[in-house]
Design a protein around this ligand. Sequence first.
Ligand code: ADP
Ligand code: MG
Length: 296
Amino acid sequence: MLKLNNISKSFGSIKALDSVSLEVREGEVLGLVGPNGSGKSTLLKVMLGITKPSSGDVLINGKVLQEKGWKHFRKQIGYMPERVSFYDNLTGRETLNLFAKIKSVNGKYEIIKRILSEDIQSRKVGGYSKGMRQRLNLAQALLNDPELLILDEPTSGLDPMGIKEFYDILDEVKSRKNLTVILSSHILAEIEDKVDRVAVIKNGENKAVGSLEELYTGLKLPLKISIAISEANTMLEELLQEEGAEDIRYSKGYLVASVPRQSKLKLLSAVLQKQNSFADLSIREPNLEEVFFGVH
Ligand code: ADP
Ligand code: MG
């Protein structure tokens, strides 16, 4: 539905986006993941038409968007900005009415009451918890019953319970209509089971895009093996090395190493021959964060 072609954006000497191409598919949940300052918010604002790219095109259903097209397209989008200020003296209901007026919609979409109960809507926004403010922010984004929902770091600052509640609500909204959702986060682990595909944004570039499975296999990332041992074991170390493992080291009672995918079975069968020399063993997919952002 929405396609970005070689989008670049500079703010003076800062290159916030560097030739980003990305396609958003109808009905999917697409995650934008990247560290702070990597360009996620700028990219979302380009999709919304709030920020004009320095170069590149935004296409809707195959057509480059011009001014008139934006006006029409924007009516179908709901946007939850990263930071939003509300008037503390207004109640939630008054706030939503105000947003509905600004957007020229009647705002009577019934999902709103599920997001923010009548009781909470009657209270002044000044007394809202972080979670309630976030729900109010989501509710205002849904006032126009959008086809595309753009959420900028929607769960940042929420506790685990708040995060779960937020995604439960999003699931409910999605189950009612074929909504396309784009959301950003600086923590992949927080959204990895909530998204159909992710785009990895770093230094303003789109480094990779696909389902997590596609990314893992496409990148041919090595697997991580951990062998629980009570003391250093050179025999196992050498065995791992012979079988093609790399980055072999000890960490908190484990002998850990990276294993190329194609060596997995052969290495495992060799290690299992030495079963009595270790207590336990696990082999897992690497974390994309480890790969892209150098987080260990
Ligand atoms: P993210 O959302 O991933 O944290 P942003 O898109 O907010 O990243 O920012 C990307 C880069 O562009 C940062 O270096 C930021 O300082 C810069 N930037 C964003 N908006 C502006 C602006 N309006 N003026 C100047 N620099 C900006
Ligand atoms: Mg941001």
